[in-house]
Design a binder for this molecule. Structure first.
Ligand code: HEC
Length: 283
């Protein structure tokens, strides 16, 4: 019975999370001590958030950048310079999310690195460089404890899934590698967190920090458009670039990410919760 109540608690919390724009943990759950039990393994939480990140990046790359370009929208690595009227490239969209998370109180780290980076500061080093060699061979995620930084770390392959990845990197003057091919592992997204177990509340905070980061960068892009002086401005509302010279609002964009990831996220929350001893929570 208590176990059922526990699950209902999680489900209510999850539904609240997926239906409220601001996200957050409902009060009834935070007041229960259950919310503070360390029921999730850091590896499961990082795998879940990495999947959400994949969906976000793919949606941004295809539905905003890919479809937007066909409508005449521009995307540039110097998008934030005053004289450039453009949106962020996918890698910079991710970097923006990562720095927004860094500003939050949630101790979650996110990086996009490579062994042949366009931006030298994205070069994988030390243990991460060694593990990246493995990832390049089998494309499997790597989970480990980074002794130097004292952080639980998970790395996931970043694959050249579309021609623009390969073309842009091969043509870029700062790229140290000019022969990337479709399907290559071009880099890895690295996620870090300081403890090996997370409570329900901490897990919700991780999801919220990631989504808030996405909203912040997307909104920065919309503000950039607002300030365009010479370029035509798309209408911003419910519609996407696939149906004309439009861009969705940040809420519409995040709602789509939420819809695309909710099944897996919910599944993780319902099936992976366990007591630190390894049993399923029964309170
Ligand atoms: C229009 C150009 C362009 C496209 C398209 C593009 N990238 Fe990049 N990518 C860049 C730039 C520029 C950077 C460096 C950003 C920075 O300053 O951190 C970058 C950074 C990266 C990095 C971090 C390492 C590095 O090179 O600095 C990875 C990994 C990466 N991109 C993979 C991809 C993948 C995979 C795709 C396709 C899904 C892709 N990129 C599409 C331009 C592009």
């Amino acid at each position: 019975m208590k176990r059922i109540l526990y699950k209902i608690g999680i489900i209510t919390g999850t539904i609240f999370m997926f239906t409220s724009c601001g996200g957050g943990v409902p009060e009834e759950t935070t007041t229960e001590t259950l919310a503070n039990d360390k029921v999730f393994d850091v590896a499961d939480v990082l795998a879940m958030i990495a999947e959400e990140n994949d969906v976000t990046r793919t949606l941004y790359t295809k539905a905003i950048v890919g479809a937007g370009k066909k409508q005449g929208l521009k995307f540039d690595e110097d998008w934030q310079k005053d004289d450039v009227e453009a949106g962020p490239l996918p890698a910079l969209f991710l970097r923006g999310i990562s720095s927004d998370i860094q500003k939050s109180e949630v101790p979650l780290g996110l990086y996009l690195g490579s062994d042949f980076p366009i931006n030298a500061s994205n070069k994988l080093e030390g243990k991460q460089a060694a593990l990246f060699d493995k990832i390049k061979k089998d494309q499997k995620p790597q989970h480990f404890f980074d002794e130097d930084q004292q952080l639980y770390t998970a790395m996931f392959a970043d694959i050249a899934g579309a021609a623009p990845c390969v073309n842009c990197h091969n043509d870029h003057e700062q790229s140290p590698k000019k022969d990337w091919k479709l399907g290559d592992v071009m880099g890895a997204t690295t996620w870090q967190y300081p403890s090996d177990k997370l409570s329900y509340e901490e897990t919700m905070d991780v999801i919220k920090a990631y989504r808030d980061g996405t909203k912040a960068v997307y909104n920065a892009y919309l503000s950039e458009i607002e300030a365009f002086k010479t370029s035509e401005k798309p209408t911003i509302g419910e519609k996407w670039p696939s149906s004309g010279f439009h861009l969705p609002t940040a809420e519409v964009f995040i709602d789509s990410v939420r819809l695309l990831t909710s099944y897996h996220t919910m599944e993780m929350l319902l099936t992976k919760a366990k007591k630190s001893s390894g049993e399923v929570a029964t309170r």
